[in-house]
Design a protein around this ligand. Structure first.
Ligand code: EPU
Length: 295
């Protein structure tokens, strides 16, 4: 395949994707691009389309399990200044796709803007969070789509568009947005005070105490099926602490698979299949991965 000025070969510039995923797992991408602005992003997208190169976007890599041998196609990371900016006007905040949810929250706290506190502790970016419609289950189901006014995207012709929230079909861990390249979003929040926002943040952080952040992971591996949380079902199958090589079903939270050191993608996949098999045998329930598997 021909190399071009629009996209540089990934191995040299980006290194293995394990350096870009919270799991710490994954080989190189065939192409890896960190466009410096929208024009460069548009050029990269058009180049890929012309050459039939599949494009994927990586945010903070917190919901991705990537193959050990790497992946074909291009991976785009939006971490240049035009994609990590934050600005506000009244109770509205504009954020670039590459802004981390942690940075968005810090920005809202300082301005006393309330509504995004439930995102506390989710290790993603605005773009990745929107694709996944990330959120929490308690005290009530809340997801990032609930506080969105609009999403800025680029289509596969490299053309910028603005999608109003009403046109986006946000569902549980789903948004349909992965067919676009998200470049940023507008959030609609409420005026409050930094003190009150901070207090709410603490509440949401406390709810995460049962989760396992001692080792690299991709957070919850499976979506919660309607009858019961995946973590409880896997625990009831006696799988807490089960290991394959460096991968382990967390003893702390059974919907987390952790990398205890040098875990490979195939080791994690073995645990995923084991949990699916046991839960199906015992409860007749199919567990659907929430994490995206890149292979
Ligand atoms: N549970 C067990 N055993 C376990 C884990 C959980 O019995 O090993 C039980 C808990 O005791 C609790 C219930 O299952 O009664 C739910 O557990 P938890 O409160 O930890 O929440 P969750 O349903 O496992 C969901 C989201 C999380 C989000 C939390 C907090 C999904 C798949 N997961 O987890 O999101 O942080 O709620 O609201 O919807 C993620 O998406 O990566 C993620 C971690």
């Amino acid at each position: 395949m021909r190399s071009s000025g629009a996209l540089k070969r990934g191995v040299k510039r980006g290194g293995p994707l394990k350096d870009f995923t919270t799991f710490g797992i994954g080989g190189p991408a065939e192409f890896f691009s960190r466009p410096r602005d929208s024009a460069a992003l548009s050029a990269a997208i058009r180049y890929c389309r012309k050459n039939s190169i599949p494009v994927r976007v990586i945010g903070s890599g917190s919901n991705i399990l990537c193959a050990d041998r790497g992946i074909k196609g291009a991976v785009i990371k939006l971490d240049a200044p035009p994609f990590v900016g934050l600005s506000s006007s009244g109770n509205r905040v504009r954020a670039g796709a590459g802004v981390t949810l942690a940075a968005l929250i810090r920005y809202c706290v300082r301005r006393g803007l309330s509504g995004a506190e439930f995102l506390a502790g989710i290790p993603g970016t605005v773009g990745g969070g929107l694709v996944m419609n990330c959120g929490v289950a308690k005290p009530r189901r809340l997801a990032i789509g609930d506080i969105i006014e609009e999403v800025r995207v680029m289509d596969h012709q490299g053309k910028a568009r603005v999608l109003p929230a009403s046109r986006i079909k946000f569902g549980y861990r789903d948004s349909g947005l992965s067919r676009w390249i998200i470049t940023g979003a507008g959030f609609k929040l409420r005026r409050s005070s930094p003190r009150k926002v901070r207090a709410k943040l603490r509440e949401f952080m406390l709810r995460r105490r049962g989760q396992d952040y001692r080792f690299p992971s991709a957070g919850c591996v499976f979506k919660n099926p309607a009858p019961a949380p995946a973590g409880r079902l896997i625990e009831e199958c006696g799988l807490k602490g089960r290991s394959v090589g460096g991968a382990r079903i967390s003893e702390k939270h059974a919907n987390f698979i952790v990398n205890t050191g040098n875990a490979s993608c195939s080791e994690v996949l073995k645990l995923i299949r084991l949990a699916q098999r046991r839960v199906r045998q015992r409860f007749g329930i199919s567990l659907e991965p929430e994490i995206r598997i890149w292979k």
